[in-house]
Design a protein around this ligand. Structure first.
Ligand SMILES: *Cc1c(COP(=O)(O)O)cnc(C)c1O
Length: 425
């Protein structure tokens, strides 16, 4: 197939109807699949033949959406999961076990930090966090022979730090481990981490990919280039007893081993597939992803510039702004725009932030980001409510910090709403 541009892939990748078939991806609302003989069914269970067995493992609706997301990222294959968190969990456990450790950026999504520092720890997997001000030598000192992967977020939620993918790919590869990137905020429209050396890409499809705040979902995409035969990943090169001794790399090939194992072993055992209905809705979102992401970024840029000119605002954080310390990295990795999320600190602390938010008429106060509607959150008054002002400062969260997820409404209406709420704050 000729390589289409990303906008065309949003529409055309994945489902391709044959003569007389439905024009639009059908929802295969079936848990199970019929075969003509017991022998054919048996071959499926030994992974000797390709085909759907049971919708906990795979489903034709999901398969087409997986193909589309893989195509958008430039991967060799993808696996949809019940949520972004399920995708991160499966992606990590696919290549790590008790006694192993992972190296991760400290500025990743709060839910991921919980998973890493509490739940994975209980499973015997240690996370060694690093910060962007550490030198390569300091980061590399965290690695040992039980380190299985390096993890970062292209554009961190909510801090908006831009991850230096090429730099950390080189660090990971020097230690023979893959670089795993959560690419939720930029989406493949704004950044394709495989082009910069990443090996595995994760998405919370719940955010811009769905884009309408309707379905929770996640996805793991395999870049297909990491060499799993370097001696560190026996779970991919040695026989899997649960499939009569299939060894993933020799059976499926190095480029298809990782995501196939994630599906047939871990999605099967943990039972965390996406549903066909959710995959169908996600696919509708993907068809307009390129249009929406572009508008989110244009609107967010205008809002960030307006906030910068506002005398009630102490500081604005948006890597798209030239004055932002992350602007150089954003230009390199996110030349088409960063995302619709803008953070700013309002003068007057938590009280002013709360008065501002309560005065908004168009923007809604919700615990969500990255959908079509403009929304707003004050971390000090909500997600980090239990912390004292001193603890907030230690976590890098100013009491007056407001996180705006700029939607795709008319930007003049969004700015007018912010203006009138500022007057009341
Ligand atoms: C929301 C989010 C997640 C978690 O995804 P869910 O779909 O809510 O499970 C992971 N990473 C990032 C960057 C997110 O924004």
């Amino acid at each position: 197939m000729s390589e289409y541009k990303i906008e065309t892939k949003c529409i055309q990748s994945g489902y391709k109807p044959k003569n007389g078939e439905p024009r639009v991806l059908p929802i295969y609302q079936s848990t199970t699949y019929k075969y003509d003989s017991a022998a054919e069914m048996g071959d499926l269970f030994d992974l000797k033949a390709a085909g759907h067995m049971y919708s906990r493992i795979s489903n034709p609706t999901l398969e087409e959406v997986e193909k589309k997301i893989s195509d958008l990222e430039g991967g060799t294959g993808a696996v949809l999961c019940a949520s972004g968190m399920a995708a991160i969990l499966v992606a990590i456990l696919n290549i790590s076990s008790s006694g192993d450790n992972i190296v991760a950026s400290a500025s990743v999504y709060g839910g991921t930090v919980n998973l890493f520092s509490v739940t994975l720890k209980r499973l015997g997997i240690e996370t060694r966090f690093f910060t962007s001000d550490m030198t390569d030598e300091e980061v590399e000192a965290l690695f040992d022979d039980r380190t299985r992967l390096l993890f970062g977020e292209t554009l961190a939620n909510p801090g908006l730090d831009v991850f230096d993918i090429e730099r950390y790919a080189a660090v990971a590869h020097r230690h023979g481990v893959p670089l795993m990137i959560d690419n939720t905020f930029p989406t493949p429209i704004n950044c394709r981490p495989f082009e910069f050396g990443a090996d595995i890409v994760i998405h919370s499809t719940t955010k811009y990919m769905d884009g309408h705040a309707t379905v929770i979902g996640g996805c793991i995409v395999d870049g297909g280039r990491f060499d799993w035969t370097n001696g560190k990943y026996p779970e991919l090169t040695e026989p899997d007893e649960s499939y009569h001794g299939v060894a993933y790399v020799s059976h499926f090939g190095n480029a298809h081993a990782y995501y196939t194992k994630a599906r047939v072993q871990l999605i099967r055992d943990f039972g965390v597939p996406l549903t066909p209905m959710s995959a169908f809705i996600l696919n509708l979102g993907l068809e307009t992803l390129h249009l929406r992401v572009q508008r989110h970024c244009e609107n967010a840029m205008a809002v960030a510039e307006f906030l910068q000119s506002c005398d009630k605002v102490e500081s604005v954080s948006y890597p798209g702004l030239e004055s932002d310390p992350r602007h150089a990295l954003a230009k390199k990795y996110l030349p088409r725009g960063t995302s619709g999320v803008v953070s700013f600190v309002i003068k007057g602390g938590k009280e002013a932030a709360i008065r501002f938010m309560d005065s908004l008429k168009l923007a809604a106060v919700v615990v969500h980001v990255a959908d079509a509607r403009t929304s707003v959150l004050n971390p000090a008054g909500t997600t980090h409510r239990q912390l004292t002002d001193e603890q907030l400062a230690a976590a890098g969260i100013s009491p007056g910090l407001i996180r705006l997820s700029v939607g795709i409404e008319n930007v003049e209406d969004i700015i007018d709403d912010i203006k009138q709420a500022m007057e009341n704050a």
